[in-house]
Design a protein around this ligand. Structure first.
Ligand code: HAM
Length: 417
């Protein structure tokens, strides 16, 4: 019979790599605590309309990438491709504004996009995202950017670049879009098929096109930052001033518009030179019109999300990865399974991760198992030692073995943990 394998674009994360993911998640949660963001958990699937209205009908996500299906009740359901629209939906649905603004929320979980899989791009990927809803001040944009950078710094990723732009608001953007359309129309045939369609429906998306054939023309196209109204310009300048005050290096990228339609004013990305084509570690920006667009009262917001897989790719190249957690294997000689089980349970109860292998009599087979499973330390209960009230403690890396009184075992191991 054919083997069943995981669907294209998805991956299993196996131990010991799962420990690296847990370590990453712990850093996210600790930075969230430091910045005073609280966790929100939204469903994995939502009504499709949320993303159509929130992310935008003409975005690649909505036109090509959503996992959408009808449920048994005939409703159109979509596996969430991103987390901002669901958080905004929950914010409206639970009237979170009544609890004081801004609301600062974060989430961790899988997102689904039917994209062409390649290194760093998957059909199911994990995101960590932070959203500050209900604040329009540039300080909040800066907080979000600094928060994203703090996560990568704490992970030990120091090689990254922060790209920044402002794409204006509903007041100044129409003029920019008209200028952009007037520039592009005479060159229609130089654009790819997607961009020819986008030109009239959603011209901003043309600037986001990654098709190499469009690049020469787009390099000469007008950019949104030159058409900002005075409020957007002031906001953008203040964001830059504050980032400079915090000594964060950033680069203005006039063509950075991001692939989702809800953005207004600030947009940013943190990219890694250590990644290939999919080099964006995280991306985000301000979305002052999103909440109103999906049925709430006009409420500004700003946030970002990053992908676990891409940061893990960078982390795996590093030499000083966190060591696997300390754990102990308890092995016994002869018929002393009960003694081994007692010691294993005693260690577990006292917070020392421990395991044993039942039903295997020979010590050598147990030691082989401990070595294959990567246990750094083995407690050996032998015939002689049991009589003396001692155990042997073996360091698997050096092969060194020492005898100690059983009553000292717990304290000795606690020191190692
Ligand atoms: P996004 O840029 O579409 O933004 O995704 C955020 C991050 O998720 C990317 O920078 C990348 O690291 C990762 N990512 C995206 N797609 C994939 C994929 N197919 N495979 C692997 N990793 C991927 C958003 O989703 C917005 N909701 C971010 C945001 C939050 N804006 C404001 N608040």
């Amino acid at each position: 019979m054919n083997k069943i394998i995981s669907p294209r674009g998805t991956q299993d994360t196996l131990p010991p790599e799962t420990e690296l993911w847990q370590y990453f998640e712990e850093i996210i949660r600790s930075v969230a605590r430091d910045f005073s963001y609280e966790e929100i958990r939204t469903p994995i699937f939502e009504h499709s309309e949320l993303f159509q209205r929130g992310v935008g009908e003409e975005t690649d996500i909505v036109t090509k990438e959503m996992y959408t299906f009808s449920d048994k009740g005939g409703r159109s359901i979509t596996l969430r491709p991103e987390g901002t629209a669901p958080v905004a939906r929950a914010f409206i649905q639970h009237n979170l504004s009544a609890q004081g603004l801004p609301q600062k929320l974060y989430y961790v979980g899988p997102m689904f996009r039917y994209e062409r899989p390649q290194a760093g791009r998957y059909r199911q990927h994990y995101q960590f995202g932070f959203e500050a809803l209900g604040g329009k001040e540039p300080e909040l944009d800066v907080e979000i950017i600094l928060l994203s950078v703090t996560i990568f710094q704490k992970l030990g990723i120091s090689q990254f670049k922060v790209l920044l732009n402002s794409i204006g608001c509903s007041r100044c953007r129409p003029q920019f879009l008209e200028t952009l359309k007037s520039f592009l129309r005479p060159h229609l045939l130089e654009l790819c098929g997607d961009c020819q369609r986008r030109l009239e429906l959603n011209p901003m998306r043309v600037l986001d096109c990654k098709n190499p054939s469009c690049q020469p023309l787009l390099d000469r196209a007008p950019s949104p930052d030159a058409y900002l109204c005075s409020e957007c310009r002031e906001h953008f300048q203040e964001v830059q001033r504050l980032l400079e005050a915090f000594k964060l290096d950033f680069q203005i990228e006039p063509r950075l518009v991001r692939g989702l339609d809800y953005y207004t004013r600030t947009v940013f990305e943190v990219i890694s030179p250590e990644l290939g084509a999919q080099n964006s570690l995280c991306g985000g920006g301000r979305y002052d019109d999103l909440i109103e667009a999906i049925g709430g009262h006009s409420t500004p917001g700003v946030g970002f999300a990053g992908g676990f897989e891409r940061a893990i790719l960078v982390l795996k190249e590093k030499k000083d990865l966190p060591q696997p957690r300390f754990r102990v294997f308890v092995a016994c000689q002869g018929d002393h399974g009960d003694a081994a089980l007692n010691i294993t349970m005693m260690l577990r109860k006292n917070g020392i991760p421990a395991d044993m292998l039942s039903g295997v009599k020979t010590l050598s087979a147990q030691l082989k198992h401990a070595s294959r499973r990567g246990f750094p330390c083995v407690v050996i209960i032998g015939e002689e030692e049991l009589k003396k009230g001692t155990v042997l403690l073996k360091d698997m890396a050096s092969g060194e073995q020492k005898e100690l009184p059983s009553r000292d075992l717990l304290e000795t191991l606690k020191e190692k943990v």
